[in-house]
Each structure stands twice: as C-alpha cells, then as structure tokens.
Design a protein around this ligand. Structure first.
Ligand code: CMC
Length: 428
C-alpha cells in the first residue's frame, strides 16, 4: 500500500499521498491542500518546498552526492567534456559519436552574433559589470529572433534557440569583458573547441598569434562541467518560473543570469577573492576574520562557506580544490591567497560555530583561485559560472515546457492593514 500522511485540523483528518523519488527521497503531495482544508503552507525561502518533479539532476546534500542524469559528477568532470555534458543534461542521454559531431557542428556554425549586437554593446559604458551586459545581450536575442517569442514553436525551432544560446554565450561573455577593458572585440575562431574559442576571444590581442594553453582550456572545461546544473537553485528556479509564463527561452535565461549575479549565489566566487585579498591586506590575521563571521552584529559572512542543501560537503568543492592545486602547479603560479584560503578552511572546519551549523567550503571557495590563475579577471568570475550553468538552465526550461507545467504563482499570508475607508487628504 502506498504511504500517506494524515493532517488533523480542528479535529478533522485529511489524508495526503507521499511521493517517492527514484533515489528514495520523500515528499508530501499537498497540491490540493488549500482546496481540501482552506490552508496553505508557509515556507519562506522554500527551504522545504519541492517546486517540481525533475529527472535532470540528483543531489543528496547530506552525503555530498551530485549526479547529472544518473552520472556522478566526479566521473563526468574527469572523463567528459562540457559540450557532451550539455547534451546529456538537455537530451537526457550521452550522445553517440555521430550525435555529438552533429551537436558540436550545429553549435559551432552559430557562434557569430548579429553585427547590430555590437551597437548595443557600444552603448554600455566600460564601467558596466559584465553580468549586466551579458544578461542584456542574451535577452536582446528576442529582437534578432522574434520567432522565439512564440510559445508554441515546433521542436526544431526550440532546438535552434538552444544551439544559438550555447553558441553565442561565449561570444557575449568575451565581448562583455572586452567592453569592460575598452578593447575591440574578437570574433569566434571556429577551428577551436568550445572552451578554447572562448579563451581566444577573451585574451587574443590584435595581430597576435594567440595559442590557447591546453592546461588552461582543460581546467576551464572542467569548471564549466562542475557548474552545469544544480537542480532547483535560485537562478534555475527563476528560469523555470519566468518560463512558466511562456516567456521566451532567451528572456527566461536572461532572468536566470540576473538571479545568479547576487553575492549569495553565483556572485560569491567574486566575493571570495575580494574577501581573501582583504584578509591578506589586513595582515593575514585569520582568527580575526573567523571571529567577524561568527559575530551576529557584524554583517560579514565567510564567503564560499555554507550551502542551502549541502550539509556535509560540496562534492564540487572537493574536485575544484584538487584541480586548483594542479592548475597552479602546472602553470607555475604562486598565489598567496591560496595559502590564506587553505588556512581559513582548516581553522573554520575545526571551529564549533561552523561545525554545528554544517558550514563547509562550497563550489565557489576555490573556483576563484583557479580563475585567477587562468588570468580571468574578478568581474568575470560570475560570467564563467553563467557560461557553465547555461545547459542546466536550458534543460530545466525544456523539462518545464515538455511537462506543460502551470504558471508559477506562490501564495502568501497577508500581514498588512485590514480593510479601512479612504480618508481625503484635507482630513488627514
Ligand atoms: N559565514 C558565517 N555564518 C554563516 C555562513 C557563512 N558563510 N553561512 C551561513 N551562516 C550561518 C547563518 O548566520 C546562520 O546562523 P544562525 O543559525 O546562528 O542564525 C546559519 O549559518 C544558517 O544560515 P542560513 O543563512 O540560514 O542558511 P541558508 O541555507 O539560508 O544560506 C547560503 C545558504 C549559501 C546563502 C549561506 O551559507 C551564505 O550566505 N554563504 C556565503 C555565500 C556563498 O558562499 N554563497 C555561494 C553558495 S554556493 C554557489 C551557488 O550554488 O550559488
């Protein structure tokens, strides 16, 4: 017999079904709670609320497990490449050789962006944060491909939007950087693979014979894989909820880029480096900064620590820490903030404040150190996260569309003034 849950309100009993996921995780299905009882649930920040059923990513925060479509993240990071992982997330299976070749060719053919996009880019001052530029350029695709606004597009039209999104993202990202440094943009070199193409657009100077360093390209590709999806996080939920209104894929993803930007989400990788630099410039007194993070009257938090779902360790952080060591060694880079990061981690992991609250280093703690070693400027860190997360956003948008999910529309408990008559201004 399937499991149920009984809720008793005012001595009246109501029964609700229990839903079990494929990895045995459990939920109480309260879809008809309000209809049956007149009550809603209140869960600010959605800490206990499942917003959807999803077959894309499995995450077990207590045991530090992360799978994309059933494949452990550790194996994908070691053996796969970013475009293959993108295919896996979006289509639910690993591609055959011929499927991958077509996928890669379809994306590579569409890396150019309309020249008029450059006019939009030119309108941004060089003080613009690249995340703002990226989300604007991404959304601007709705103007260049107006057919994408049709919510009932056939599958081949949706496919075209997907490959355009993946193809143009590195071009937008590199151009957002070029705008920030006031340099002319580079065009995509389609002889290169996805990650190397991005690096060349970022770093090649006019007239230079730019050679992509394979150590850098491999490390970046691995980082993109580690960021590719993370189930119903803030930006992904944003993409799904915007998409649920049948807004276009481009505007849904542009909204996701904006959600990712904040320092509590993707913006944390930038904040980690700022924090480590501050600690270094302040004389490297780690105990002082740990005390600040614990002080409830001080707004300072240890950036790159803690996670809404990982309460043991973040498996991505483990892989990234190892990668940071080898990238720095291979490139012969000595970064003093790496020592500070390692000491900070060691001290925090022994401190009862962090232990009791189950606060461990997350994916962002070491990713910034690798980005720095790869020569990527701090303002671009969150853009790198967005490039990595793009396949996840697309896969989640597709799943929501294919499942024909209803518009996302939470309820609330109203705590404002109760009904009262309007008072004319001369009587107040
Ligand atoms: N430093 C100090 N204290 C912390 C930290 C931190 N980094 N994170 C959480 N706490 C404390 C918090 O003050 C609270 O203490 P108390 O119970 O005494 O009030 C307790 O731990 C629980 O924190 P919370 O804010 O209720 O937890 P949450 O699940 O709402 O927040 C988080 C998760 C990631 C927003 C938070 O841990 C945080 O702000 N971390 C720093 C920012 C960061 O690294 N973000 C990147 C997340 S990973 C990348 C991504 O997926 O976006």
């Amino acid at each position: 017999m399937s499991k149920t849950v009984e809720i008793i309100i005012d001595n009246k009993s109501y029964t609700f079904p229990v839903i079990e996921g494929s990895e045995k995780e459990l939920a109480i299905d309260i879809s008809d709670l309000r209809e049956k009882t007149g009550y809603i649930t209140l869960d600010i920040g959605y800490k206990n609320t499942g917003a959807t059923k999803s077959a894309i990513t499995y995450l077990d925060g207590d045991n530090g497990i992360l799978h994309y479509r059933g494949y452990p993240i550790e194996e994908l990071a070691e053996k796969s490449n970013f475009l293959e992982v993108a295919y896996l997330l979006i289509f639910g299976k690993l591609p055959t050789k011929s499927e991958f070749d077509k996928w890669n060719a379809d994306i590579t053919r569409r890396t150019m962006v309309h020249e008029d996009i450059k006019k939009i880019l030119d309108g941004f001052p060089s003080t613009s944060h690249p995340m703002g530029v990226l989300s604007s350029l991404f959304c601007a695709q709705t103007a260049f491909y107006p057919e994408s606004l049709n919510p009932n597009r056939p599958a081949d039209g949706v496919y075209l939007s997907i490959i355009r999104s993946l193809a143009k993202m590195p071009t937008f990202a590199a151009w957002a950087y070029k705008n920030a440094v006031g340099h002319p943009v580079n065009y995509p070199d389609n002889k290169l693979d996805y990650t190397s193409r991005f690096l060349k657009m970022m770093f090649a100077m006019p007239g230079e014979d730019y050679e992509v360093n394979p150590v850098i390209a491999n490390a970046l590709d691995k980082l993109l894989i580690l960021h590719a999806d993370h189930e119903q996080n803030c930006s992904t939920s944003t993409v799904r909820i915007v998409g649920s209104s049948k807004a276009s894929i481009y505007s849904s993803i542009s909204a996701g880029i904006n959600a990712l930007w904040g320092p509590l989400h993707g913006g944390a990788n930038q904040e980690v480096i700022v924090m480590l630099e501050n600690i270094r410039n302040d004389g490297g007194n780690i105990d002082k900064w740990i005390a600040k993070a614990k002080d409830k009257n001080d707004p300072f938090r240890l950036m790159g620590f803690g996670h809404r779902v990982y309460k043991n360790f973040d498996p991505r952080a483990k892989i990234i820490k190892k990668a940071a060591d080898s990238v720095l060694r291979d490139l012969g880079v000595q970064d003093p903030v790496l020592d500070i990061a390692m000491k900070l981690e060691e001290i925090a992991l022994k401190d009862s404040y962090f232990v009791e609250r189950k606060l461990y280093p997350n994916v962002d703690f070491y990713s910034g150190i690798i980005y720095r070693a790869l020569g990527i400027p701090v303002d671009m860190f969150t853009v790198m996260f967005a490039m990595g997360r793009l396949p996840g956003w697309i896969a989640q948008w597709m799943e929501m569309r294919n499942n024909n999910e209803p518009i996302g529309r939470p309820r609330q408990i109203y705590t404002g003034e109760v009904s009262k008559p309007y008072v004319p201004i001369y009587e107040r």
